[in-house]
Design a protein. Structure first.
Length: 412
């Protein structure tokens, strides 16, 4: 049995309810009721007839028929995903030239096709398909409301993140952020979208090695209360916050974040609590500490940097450098290198960069090959650090009060 154009022409002439008649024609070829393989050839032949022969001349018939077809395609058994993907790809090519008329059919087919690529872990292709839709287009805006456009961009960003394309992911998540600003916070989907956006953005910061910012974002996610997020997900966010804080550039800002994480009672159940405690208490990390921590990290946490060090090695060596600045008033560069486990040139370069960036108060005497640490104004013990730490803690308390008792207190 096959679909012929002359039969469809006759059906249109004789049927009082053309939409129902056409829907009945395509039903057996979809294989939904019997859970059989869809007939790719006949489905595409039918779709092209509706688009090209009925088309915009009788939109009252073509649009509902195509809308029904897209809904039925989503019901096809996953055992036939390969055939479904072939249908989706050809159908998109058929609809796209006339998307201004058939945008409401095109958009769900594009989403379905992207999800099929996602199921095969072909994230780049899935992201590209989603990104092919301009969510600000006037026709798209008639199909997708502001909530759906925000969800579309977040999903697109997530796909690009899985492909390690942080640049594309960031572009789409920033667009989602703009949409979220236009959604009332009272909307029942707002908090869910906000969580998805923050989680995605934290992953982007993490992947781009902006570890301190990522740690703060993950920490905020871990503090969300109520039934909005599972306890296991809160703990995962806390684990990620601890990992990123440990890998962040050594210095005052990281000290404050480490302090807040260390004071969180849940951190004691973290797999990296031992490292967190040592860093918070300014203890020197051993090679075994570094190796144990390395086993818990993702590949991008261990990537090579210019200068011959990995991300992890640089974080540990910088921490140990600051710890040494507390223990020693001055130290030979060769002895410092031995303490850190690097060569003399690397030890001097680490110290020089940290001094230049204001993360360590010290001077380097290249003639005598000595680093002189300034104990009187040590960056780890400065009065300003304590004041800022107190302010950040107060902000956390205010945020928690506002979250647990919304609209009950006016915070000037």
């Amino acid at each position: 049995m096959s679909i012929e154009n002359n039969q469809l022409d006759k059906l249109l002439r004789e049927s009082k309810d053309k939409v129902t008649a056409l829907n009945n024609v395509i039903e057996p070829f979809l294989g939904v009721k019997d859970k059989k393989a869809p007939n790719v050839k006949e489905i595409l032949k039918f779709a092209k007839y509706v688009v090209d022969h009925i088309g915009e001349k009788d939109a009252g018939t073509s649009k509902p028929v195509l809308t029904n077809l897209t809904k039925k395609l989503q019901e096809i058994d996953e055992d036939y995903n390969d055939q479904l993907q072939e249908i989706c790809t050809d159908l998109i090519n058929c609809l796209r030239p006339k998307y201004s008329y058939f945008c409401d059919a095109l958009i769900p087919i594009i989403r379905l096709n992207a999800e099929l690529f996602q199921s095969k872990e072909e994230y780049k292709q899935a992201g590209r398909i989603m990104a092919s839709i301009d969510t600000d287009d006037q026709y798209v805006c008639t199909v997708l409301n502001i909530i759906e456009r925000c969800e579309w961009k977040i999903f697109t960003a997530q796909l690009y993140l899985e492909d390690d394309d942080n640049t594309s992911a960031n572009m789409h998540i920033q667009k989602a952020r703009k949409y979220l600003k236009d959604i009332p916070q009272s909307h029942n989907k707002y908090l869910e979208l906000d969580l998805q956006l923050k989680t995605c953005y934290s992953r982007i910061l993490d992947a781009e090695r902006k570890f301190l910012q990522a740690a703060v974002n993950y920490m905020e996610l871990s503090l969300i209360s109520g039934n909005v997020i599972k306890e296991s997900e809160l703990m995962l966010s806390l684990e990620n916050a601890i990992t990123c804080a440990i890998l962040a550039k050594a210095g005052g800002p990281r000290v404050r974040v480490l302090g807040m994480l260390y004071r969180d009672e849940r951190s004691k159940d973290s797999k990296n609590y031992k490292i967190l405690e040592k860093m918070h208490k300014n203890r020197i990390l051993s090679k075994k500490d570094q190796d144990d921590f390395s086993k818990t990290l993702s590949d991008h946490h261990k990537a090579d940097l210019s200068g011959g060090l990995t991300v992890l090695e640089k974080a540990v060596y910088e921490h140990n450098m600051l710890s040494a600045s507390i223990i020693y008033k001055n130290i030979k560069i060769s002895e410092l290198a031995q303490l850190l486990g690097v060569n003399d040139a690397q030890a001097e370069d680490l110290g020089r960069i940290m001094i230049q960036e204001g993360r360590m108060n010290a001077t380097i005497d290249q003639v005598d090959e000595i680093i002189e640490f300034d104990d009187d104004s040590n960056i780890l013990l400065s009065w300003d650090t304590y004041i800022q730490d107190l302010c950040m803690t107060m902000n956390d308390i205010v945020d928690q009060v506002d979250m647990n008792y919304p609209n009950q207190f006016v915070i000037p």
